[in-house]
Design a protein around this ligand. Sequence first.
Ligand code: XMP
Length: 509
Amino acid sequence: MIKPNQTVVVLDFGGQYKELIARRLRECKVHSQILAGSTPIEKLKEIAPIGIILTGGPHSVYEESSPHTTPELFELGIPVLGICYGMQLMAYTLGGEVKSCKVSEYGTIATTLDEDSPLFEGLDRATVSLMSHTDYVAKMPKGFKALAHTGDCPVAAMENAERKLYAVQFHPEVERTVKGTKLLNNFLYNVCGAKGDYNMDDFIKNEIERIREQVGDHQVVLGLSGGVDSSVCAAILEKAIPNQLTCIFVDTGLMRKNEGDEVEAAFAGKNLNFVRVNAEARFLAKLAGVTEPERKRKIIGEEFVRVFEEESSKFAGSFLAQGTIYPDVVESGLTTGAVIKSHHNVGGLPKETKFIGLVEPLRSLFKDEVRELGRKLGLDPKLVNRQPFPGPGLAVRCIGALTKERLDILRDADAIYREELEKADLHYSQYFAILTDMRTVGVMGDGRTYNYVLGLRAVKTSDFMTAEYAHIPYDVLDRVSSRIVNEVKGVSRVVYDITGKPPATIEWE
Ligand code: XMP
C-alpha cells in the first residue's frame, strides 16, 4: 500500500497569497491542503496534519464579520504558524491584544531578527520582509516571546516554543521577503518534523485519482490550443482517463508557421480522440477590414466560442476540461484595475453549456510547475518550454487589417527570426515578429520597392507584468534582418523594438 504524504493544512482567512503558500510548501517538498478558516476542529483532527498555517487576510480581528477561530485550534498539539492576519488572530484568540498601527506598513521593510528561533535558522539578523498591515500585535498572549521587530512594528514575529506556536507579521511566502521560503522550510523541518516526502510524482498520482473519481465513465472534451497549459492538461487527462478524452483543436488560421501540424503531431497516436477544425476561412471572413485591436480580440473570442460550441455539441453530457492555471484564476477574479487588454482565453468559454461539469487539473499550479509536470508526463520539451502565445494569435501581431497574404508574410518572417535566435542559443522570455501596416521605400537590385516595415520584439521577464527588451547581439540582428529581407517577399525594412514594459506592452496590439 502507498503511504499517504505528510500534510500541512493552510487555513484560509481571505488573504491573496494562500496558493502561493501552498506552492512554497510544494517547493519544500511538503503536501498541503487549503481549507476555509472556519473548518471545524474535528475535521482537522481527522486530517492529522503535521502543521497548520494561518494565512493573512484583509480584516481586523475586532470587526464582527471577520473570520475567527477557537482557542482549541492551538491546543491540538499541532504546530501552528500564523502569517499577518493569522498572527493577529493567534494573539487575539489566546488573550493578547491587537491594535491599529500608528503608521501602517506596506512594502518591503527593514526587519531585525532579535532572537534565535528554529524559524530563523540560516536567516540574517538584519533582513528585509514584505509587510502589508494596519493592525499589529500590541501585547502578546501569555507564554509568548517576541522574536523580531521593525521600525513601526515592535512584534514582527513571536513564538511559544513549548506549544509550537509561531507567528510572523510579514509574508514569508512572497519573493520580496528575503529568505522567506527558508523560513517556511524551517517551520516545516525544524518545528513540524517534515520528511520531505512530496514531489511532482505524488501530484500526478493524486490528481489522476481525483480526475478518475470526478469523471467516472463520462467523456471529457478539452479545447486544445497547443500552448503549454492545454497540452499538459491533455497529457494528464490522457493518463487518467485513456480513451475518454476528445481534444478539439480549433485552427484559427492565426497560428505561427506550421504550428497546427505540430500540435496535431504531438497528440497523434495517443489514447485520445483528436479533432482538428480548420476554421481559417471563417475567422478571416469575420475579421475582414477590422483594424481596431480590441475589436479583433472580441471577434476572435466570440468566433472561437461559436466554433467550439458547434464541435462540442456532439458531446452533450460530457465534462469540459480546461487548462486553467492558478495565475488565470487570480487574473480573472480581479474586479478592479483597468482593462489594458482583454485576454480572450481567460474564462472565455461558453457559459451556458450542455456539459455536466468542469475538470481543471492544473488549477492550483503556477507556470513553472506546469512545465515540470509536462516534462514528467513525457511531453516533448519543445512543447513544454514554449513561450507564451496570445489567444488571439497573430491577429495582434499583424497591425491593421488582416489578410491571408499579410499573415503569411508575418509567419515566414517570424519563423526566420525565431530560428536564428534559437540557433544563436538565445532563449529570451518571449520573442516574435510584428508586421506593421506601414510601407516604406527601399531599393533592391536596380529597382525601387515599396513594402512593409517588420518589427522584431524580444523581452526578458519573469512575470510578464514588467519586461525589459533583450540586448540581442548585433551580428544576430544582422543575420535576421538580411535573411528576412531576402527571403520574405513583402518586407523591405526591419526594425528592432527597444521599449520596456511599462511604458509599452509586450505585444504591439
Ligand atoms: P502584454 O502585451 O499585455 O502581454 O504586455 C503580456 C503577456 O500576455 C500575452 N498576451 C495575451 N495572452 N490572450 C492571451 O492569452 C491575449 O489576448 C493576450 N494579449 C497578450 C503576451 O503574449 C504576453 O506574454
